[in-house]
Design a protein around this ligand. Structure first.
Ligand code: ADP
Ligand code: ASP
Ligand code: MG
Length: 408
């Protein structure tokens, strides 16, 4: 008998019929003898809808109030799901974040989980019930509702699995696993059977939305096996597990893209010690994560500083940088939201030279200009004009042979 945490994403619980189907599926698993804990997202589109309502009230919605609003999406699905289970003659008990409680820090809209007491969940399991946990939400030290950031139900699921010492965490979504690239924009994408935590972490942080970044971080840290699969079929999905030797044979495992970043350039900054700190400290104080940074030296002891931030933080970052620019005597600040980042990921890159230049060649052949580059041991990323995103993804996917069974 295994203890399984199953997370169902928005499309899997998009309406009452789908919620009933998920209930059937969970019950089948329970009747096979496994203990199941369920974590649910809001219905597909609901979180976006709630955000659009907030934006009608305030151009930059108050984050504490936004969390109160957004947490309602998951409240709907966990209660409906529990009713569906009860209608089928089994017992379920729904839990909002504060009821467990899922303890987080106070960083509204991007809170981090600190601790999950397991008493209530264990009690429900021992009473033969199916505990149903609201994904994406928690509660901070003073009892305020927090949310974990978009896609955060994945993180709730893995954190609950780790806290309970589950055997596996299953992530049910609208694709039947992790693919060599987003199957929705590249028809020749192939399903990957097994992938390492490290590659999955890079993929997630480079835009592959199939798993949220922190969920992979958690799983990797605690060695929790993840099984990404479809809620619409019984076929096995992708296992995300510890790296083994065979994984290194593959040079490039996946291509990812992200349209979620924006670029800011501070022009003609006096080039002297402390300048980078004065630009970036206020941004990090605002809890905004800077990704790529490039510094270009100009004549006359001046430099341009270009960097990327999440699109959602763009306006706030721009305002902060404009203030700093005045203080440090920079000429101007320019923002650009029309960019995308395309990346290749693979643990095999560690031992091979020439992968980055092959990527640049492929992009050049397709007439795609590279605006920024960054590399790590197992990935290469290029920022490009947003309008070339799909072209670049497909070209790289084909160029690295990911559309074929046995790539080089
Ligand atoms: P859920 O609502 O179930 O959490 P998400 O929309 O967050 O689902 O994640 C699933 C989506 O991730 C897929 O529909 C697909 O478009 C996207 N995706 C991006 N990159 C990949 C990839 N490499 N493999 C699979 N899916 C991917
Ligand atoms: N409902 C939240 C979102 O759409 C969390 C999730 O689905 O994982 O981001
Ligand atoms: Mg998701």
């Amino acid at each position: 008998m295994a203890l399984v945490v199953q997370k169902y994403g928005g499309t899997s619980v998009a309406n009452c019929n789908r919620i009933k189907r998920v209930a059937d599926r969970v019950i089948r698993r329970k009747q096979q003898g496994d203990d199941v804990v369920v974590v649910l997202s809001a219905m597909a589109g609901q979180t976006n809808y709630l955000i659009s309502l907030a934006l009608e009230m305030q151009s930059q919605p108050d984050k504490r109030e936004l969390d109160v609003l957004l947490s309602t999406g998951e409240q709907v699905t966990i209660s409906l799901f529990s009713m569906a289970v009860k209608a089928r003659g089994l017992d379920a008990e729904s839990f909002l974040g504060y009821q467990i409680p899922i303890e987080t820090d106070a960083a509204h809209t991007k809170a981090r989980i600190r601790n999950i007491p397991t008493e209530k969940l264990k009690r429900a399991i021992s009473q033969g019930k199916i505990p149903v946990v609201a994904g994406f939400q928690g509660v901070d030290e003073i009892g305020d509702i927090t949310t974990l950031g978009r896609g955060g139900s994945d993180t709730t699921a893995v954190a609950v699995a780790v806290a309970l010492g589950a055997d596996v965490c299953e992530i049910y979504t609208d694709v039947d696993g992790v693919y060599t690239t987003d199957p929705n924009i590249c028809p020749s994408a192939r399903k990957i059977d097994r992938i390492s935590y490290e590659e999955m972490l890079e993929m997630a942080s480079l835009g592959a939305k199939v798993l949220e970044i922190r969920s992979v971080e958690f799983a990797m840290r605690y060695n929790m096996p993840l099984h990404v699969r479809s809620s619409f079929s019984e076929s096995p999905g992708t296992m995300v597990v510890k790296e083994d030797e065979s994984m290194e044979d593959v040079l490039v495992s996946a291509v990812t893209y992200s349209r979620d970043e924006a670029r800011i350039t501070v022009k003609k900054v006096p080039d002297k010690p402390g300048i980078a700190a004065s630009i970036f400290n206020p941004i990090s104080d605002a809890n905004i994560v800077v990704d790529m940074i490039i510094q270009n030296t100009r004549e006359g002891n001046l430099t341009d500083m270009t960097f990327t931030v999440p699109k959602g933080d763009f306006q706030q970052a721009l305002e902060i940088v404009e203030r700093t620019a005045k203080d440090i005597g920079a000429e101007s600040v320019v923002g650009d939201k029309g960019i995308a980042k395309v990346s290749i990921v693979g643990v095999g890159m560690r031992n091979h030279a020439g992968v980055a230049s092959k990527m640049f060649d492929i992009l050049a052949k397709h007439g795609v200009n590279i605006l920024m580059i960054s590399t790590s041991e197992i990935k290469v990323s290029c920022v490009i004009d947003e309008k070339f995103t799909e072209l670049a993804v497909r070209a790289l996917h084909e160029g690295f042979g990911l559309d074929k069974e046995n790539q080089d």
